[in-house]
Design a protein around this ligand. Structure first.
Ligand code: MG
Length: 220
């Protein structure tokens, strides 16, 4: 993806780094047999994994088990380092719904070997991202219904009020490690109900008040 636009404000941003939070909903952590973390668990995806609504997720030849994870995505609007929680929301320019696609079989092998998740999370097309709305147009980011349907069937349904770490806490935490820059994206974790996708599936990801994300699935 070349750039993101926030239509209401006429702003555009070049994609920066993709900061992704793991295990930020307790029920999802448990469904994969993981402990609920004491501090945010962050990993990175390459921006080359981004695809827009209307595109296709490509199942790589190396995996037989690619999972959907529907997530609220924050667009960072200004540069910041060591951002206090109290002002962290000022650094968010917009929100979108995204999918953190995961090759679960490769991730499980990586976990067993204590290897990083870069391969499992970083294939081309593994970061579908819907259109952004401005942060001002979202009333309460801590009370948003987030859902994923496959071929019309509800597979994931959660609410951002069940996040272990709030959006503000995540922005603050990430900025204590990485300088945040305009165009950076923060994938805030997925609620329970993750599962595999198959060629021919149509995924529709929704968050109330944010434009939906629709993607197909095909083999490499
Ligand atoms: Mg995720």
């Amino acid at each position: 993806m070349e750039e993101f636009r926030i239509s209401e404000q006429g702003m555009s941003y070049r994609p920066g780094k993709l900061l992704c939070i793991g295990r930020n909903y307790a029920k999802h952590a448990k469904e994969l047999g993981n402990e609920v973390p004491e501090s945010p668990m962050v990993f990175l995806k390459p921006s080359s994994a981004l695809i827009p609504s209307g595109a296709h997720i490509v199942i790589p030849k190396m995996s037989n088990d690619v999972h959907h994870e529907v997530e609220l995505v924050c667009l960072i609007g200004k540069k910041g380092k060591d951002i206090p929680v109290e002002v962290a929301m000022d650094y968010i320019a917009g929100y979108a719904v995204g999918l953190d696609m995961t090759a679960r079989d490769i991730q499980n092998q990586a976990k067993a070997k204590s290897h990083p998740w870069s391969v499992a999370k970083g294939f081309d097309t593994f970061a579908p991202l819907g259109p952004f709305v401005s942060s001002q147009s979202v009333n309460d980011v801590a009370d948003l219904t987030i859902e994923l349907r496959i071929n019309g069937e509800l597979r994931q349904s959660g609410n951002t009020q069940d996040m272990i770490f709030s959006v503000a806490e995540l922005v603050s935490w990430c900025s204590s490690i990485f300088t945040l820059e305009p165009g950076d994206l923060l994938y805030t974790g997925t609620p329970e109900g993750v599962g595999p996708v198959a060629p021919g599936d149509v995924l529709v990801a929704t968050i109330a008040g944010i434009p939906e994300l629709t993607v197909g699935v095909k083999n490499a």
